[in-house]
Design a protein around this ligand. Structure first.
Ligand code: PRX
Length: 643
């Protein structure tokens, strides 16, 4: 079994040892898993050459650790509890035995379709147990899964399939998100118009919506499963074989296909799950993230299953049919551990406490927060209203690239502090640097957050583009992994993450790149150029504001209407190109954008104006077009509510 840290002193000892005796430390953690062959070396390589490896030489399959390993001792324990979108529809429970059986069968389906080790498979599905079955079956046959969040557009899906050259797409006919029907298969059909690598599409019937079928390419899940054997011997993988690709946004260019490999990811995610949440044998754990994001990969599926936990999956949204739904789910299944995002907490807080009346939250033992900074008010509300002042809160800081949680308290074991992620997890060596890369060695410090040594769950590369991986994360500060986040360290040595310092925006915890949104806006035929910036938002954490230069003049009388129409179209273009989550909150039609003499857009100035601090734009005299700043200031001031 994987080992648990149970006191603050133990944490301190484990942390120190994880740095000075790292190989032995990780070897002991890894010994809690099932290996076909043990490793030759725990760790090699580093950040200089960006060639780090973990458990090299070992052979294993992660699904043997998630499933087969548990069959002897608790085959009948519930692995997945599934709660559908519609509260009147029956939920489902899959025991470890049943989940293992489904995964084996689906592995045989994949095999029969010619999917083998190293192939890439795209999964575009709602939050149903079959999504977990599909990803685990990929891992079982050695195929690399690339899961695309169901809220992304057809175009985003298409780009991701093309980049990873996926051979197979696994999707559903459709599903309901609240009372809104989502036509997944239609979106998939649109995406597949430009995806020649796809040989087959497997469709799980969820909504029974009418869909079009391409004979020879499209196949139904139930038909394939009906004849599949439930006996499947897992493919044995090398430690460093890729497990999955997950696309995520950065400062520039298209989303990157971040690659995680098998052994290190498994060891790290299983170990963090157990320790951060202090999981105990009979507990029900619920993480509200969609599996399409890294939180869902690591802490809805892999982490809990590696620990033989019971993980709850919910298909719907927080406010359906009303704001009491989540609390009803907690009561219904006696959830012990609850892990969600600050945006959700703030949304509930804004609703008043009515939705909590009558909810029995007494089963809760531990609460978690993830995805964006949690403000103190939200932390306090979560602590009081949901945790009834007795549940520890773990504020877990990490990223798609980190695979698992890096800075956090260990629930109820190490101290917590509102709005602080607090202390590094064993094996993690955070440092703070200034913009020139100078280490800030004082205990109390502020600057950019870097990590100085590799940890097992770290991403290894960007799919087919190792140079981009190196350039993005390892060249800003030599010999260090640059997180893109700013942070402060207080006199307790606790870390507080202050948010992104690059051009990444966190809208409701979703990670969106400015470049992606701008290139979507620029697809509108009337748009010449655009720039987007974040502004603080009471509920969403951040919201997107767009500044757009359009072609041509309109008749003066119709100008206001034409502008409104254009604003609407620009927002729709983003929704269609990237997905509804990336929609700008407000679009300003401007005649120019502030630029340096070398032509670089000064987003910093736009951001200050959009945030309502027009007096903080700094020196603008060196701009190519300083006069534009006043125009933009006037326009934004006119649209802001009077104070
Ligand atoms: O800015 C940090 C923020 O989310 C970013 C990573 O986003 P993503 O790759 O989508 O992964 C989100 C889920 C792990 C980080 O660079 N972030 C994540 N967790 C926290 C956070 N910011 C503050 N506090 C957190 N607990």
């Amino acid at each position: 079994m994987i080992s648990r840290i149970t006191s603050y002193d133990q944490y301190k000892t484990a942390y120190e040892r994880s740095l000075y005796d790292a190989d032995n430390f990780w070897a002991e953690v890894a010994a809690g898993y099932h290996w076909r062959k043990m490793w030759d070396r725990v760790h090699s390589g580093g950040f200089e050459k960006v060639d780090y490896k973990w458990f090299e030489g070992a052979r294993l399959n992660i699904t043997v650790n998630c499933l087969d390993r548990h069959l002897e001792s608790f085959a009948d324990k519930t692995a997945i509890i599934w709660e559908p979108n519609d509260p009147d529809e029956a939920g489902r429970r899959l025991s470890y035995r049943e989940l293992h059986r489904e995964v084996c069968k689906f592995s045989n389906v994949l095999k029969q379709l010619g999917v083998t080790k190293g192939d890439t498979v795209c999964i575009y599905m709602p939050m149903i147990p079959e999504l977990a079955v599909a990803m685990l079956a990929c891992a079982r046959v050695g195929a690399i899964h690339s899961i695309v969040f169901g809220g992304f557009s057809a175009q985003s899906l298409s780009g991701r399939i093309q980049d990873a050259e996926c051979k197979l797409l696994i999707t559903a006919d459709g599903f309901y998100r609240g009372d809104k029907a989502v036509h997944l298969k239609n979106m998939a059909d649109e995406a597949l118009q430009d995806c020649p690598s796809i040989k087959n599409v497997i469709i799980y019937r969820r909504s029974n919506a009418e869909i079009s079928i391409m004979a020879g390419r499209d196949l139904f899940w139930d038909q394939l499963m009906a004849s599949a054997s439930d006996q499947h011997e897992a493919e044995i993988m090398d430690a460093e074989d890729p497990l999955f690709i997950l696309y995520t946004s950065g400062s520039t260019g298209k989303p990157k296909g971040v690659v995680h490999t098998t052994a290190g990811y498994m060891v790290y995610v299983g170990y963090t799950f157990l320790n951060v949440f202090q999981y105990r044998e009979h507990e029900v754990y619920w993480c509200t993230a969609d599996i399409g994001w890294i939180t869902g990969h690591s802490y809805v599926v892999y982490g809990p299953l590696l620990n033989g936990a019971t993980t709850l999956m919910y298909e719907g949204i927080p406010a359906y049919p009303d704001w009491s739904r989540w609390w009803k789910i907690i009561s219904k299944y006696s959830v012990d551990i609850f892990y969600t995002a600050p945006t959700a907490i703030r949304s509930f807080q804004a609703q008043g406490e009515e939705h909590l009346q009558g909810a029995d939250l007494s089963s809760l033992r531990l609460l978690g927060s993830v995805g964006e900074p949690i403000n103190e008010e939200a932390w306090e509300w979560y602590h009081r209203q949901i945790g009834k002042e007795h549940c520890p809160i773990v504020d877990t800081w990490w990223q798609t690239e980190t695979g698992g949680i890096l800075i956090t308290s260990l629930g109820g074991v190490t101290p917590a502090k509102p709005s602080f992620a607090t202390l590094p997890f064993p094996g993690i060596e955070p440092v703070i640097v200034d913009t020139n890369g100078v280490l800030q060695n004082d205990l109390v410090a502020e600057g950019n957050l870097c990590i100085r040594r590799s940890w097992p769950g770290q991403a290894r590369t960007v799919y087919k583009d190792h140079d981009r991986f190196i350039k993005t994360y390892f060249t800003t500060y030599r010999g260090m992994y640059f997180t893109g986040d700013g942070c402060r360290r207080d006199d307790d040595g606790f870390y507080r993450i202050t948010g992104r310092v690059d051009d990444v925006i966190k809208v409701s915890g979703h990670r969106i790149g400015t470049a992606e949104v701008e290139s979507a806006i620029n697809e509108h035929p009337d748009v010449v150029e655009s720039a987007v910036v974040p502004i603080p938002h009471e509920i969403k954490g951040e919201a997107i504001i767009a500044f757009v230069i359009c072609r041509g003049e309109n008749e003066a009388t119709d100008q206001a209407r034409a502008m409104q129409q254009l604003e609407h179209e620009v927002i729709q273009t983003v929704s269609k190109t990237v997905g509804p989550i990336a929609k700008p909150e407000k679009v300003y039609m401007v005649s120019g954008l502030p630029k340096t003499r070398s032509g670089k857009i000064m987003r910093r100035i736009l951001r200050k104006i959009a945030e309502g601090h027009p007096d903080q734009t700094g020196d603008i005299s060196t701009l190519l077009n300083p006069e534009i700043v006043d125009e933009i200031k006037r326009m934004v001031a006119a649209s802001m509510p009077a104070k």
